[in-house]
Design a protein around this ligand. Structure first.
Ligand SMILES: CC(C)(COP(=O)(O)OP(=O)(O)OC[C@H]1O[C@@H](n2cnc3c(N)ncnc32)[C@H](O)[C@@H]1OP(=O)(O)O)[C@@H](O)C(=O)NCCC(=O)NCCS
Length: 205
């Protein structure tokens, strides 16, 4: 697994084999420009409901510009980890987590997706934990996310990470704020400026 990852400029510590609770294995690693085909394929395998929960509207797929934006990250303010799995003899990307640093540099917005066939195996949880670790290493202390009201699964994953997360109703979704350090700092979240996070609907520059 992982022949596509050589272009990443993040240190090797962010690349790790993870054994899932059902015994399956994934390789977690930073995304790279060489992943464009694999990311396009993964998005093509997402169900309409999974796309809706991720993008907050029924998105048919990603444009080439969006694929470029997803894979060509700067590894500092826009970082993504992918979960890669060997299936039917091929290495395939089956999930991704990313953060975008917000204007206040110690805060970042996170988002995740795991393709339908692999959901419920713990991949989303592992992606969150690893992305939070990476965020901490990059000086980010507070993570935010925009979550549709019906997204009980991701709410469960976030709450498991930080039971003290702050939840605010924000238009059509919840605005969540939680510590990048997770449970041991529950309640230790500095409030951010009003209207700070608005990046959930995917918009390449
Ligand atoms: C949300 C998502 C990323 C989670 O990934 P995942 O790999 O399925 O997550 P995990 O397997 O690590 O954890 C799922 C948890 O939800 C729990 N769960 C399952 N169905 C649930 C439900 N209806 N209500 C509440 N919790 C539920 C599982 O039991 C599991 O918890 P546990 O680890 O305590 O047993 C994935 O489901 C997904 O891609 N969804 C669509 C896109 C999306 O919602 N993205 C989030 C936007 S930020």
């Amino acid at each position: 697994m992982g022949v596509r990852s050589e272009q990443s400029s993040l240190p090797a510590q962010y690349r790790r084999l993870v054994v899932l609770r059902d015994g399956g294995q994934i390789l977690l690693r930073p995304v790279s420009r060489a992943d464009k085909d694999a990311v396009r394929d993964m998005v093509g395998r997402l169900s309409p409901d999974t796309r809706f929960l991720r993008f907050h509207h029924y998105k048919p797929g990603l444009t080439e510009r969006e694929i470029d934006y997803f894979c060509d990250v700067d590894q500092e303010n826009h970082i993504a980890l992918v979960a890669e799995m060997t299936r039917r003899g091929r290495d395939e990307i089956v999930g991704a987590g990313r953060f975008y640093r917000l204007a206040r540099g110690d805060r970042a917005e996170v988002s995740f997706v795991v393709e339908d066939a692999e959901q419920g195996r713990g991949i989303g949880t592992v992606l969150l934990r690893s992305l939070a670790e990476l965020a901490r290493d990059k000086g980010v202390t507070t993570l935010v996310a925009e979550l549709l009201y019906e997204n009980t699964v991701m709410m469960h994953v976030f709450r498991s990470y930080d039971p003290g997360l702050r939840v605010v109703v924000n238009g059509h979704c919840y605005h969540l704020t939680f510590s990048a350090r997770g449970p041991e700092t529950a309640g230790d979240i500095a409030p951010g400026p009003a209207g700070e996070a608005s990046l959930t609907d995917f918009r390449p520059p």
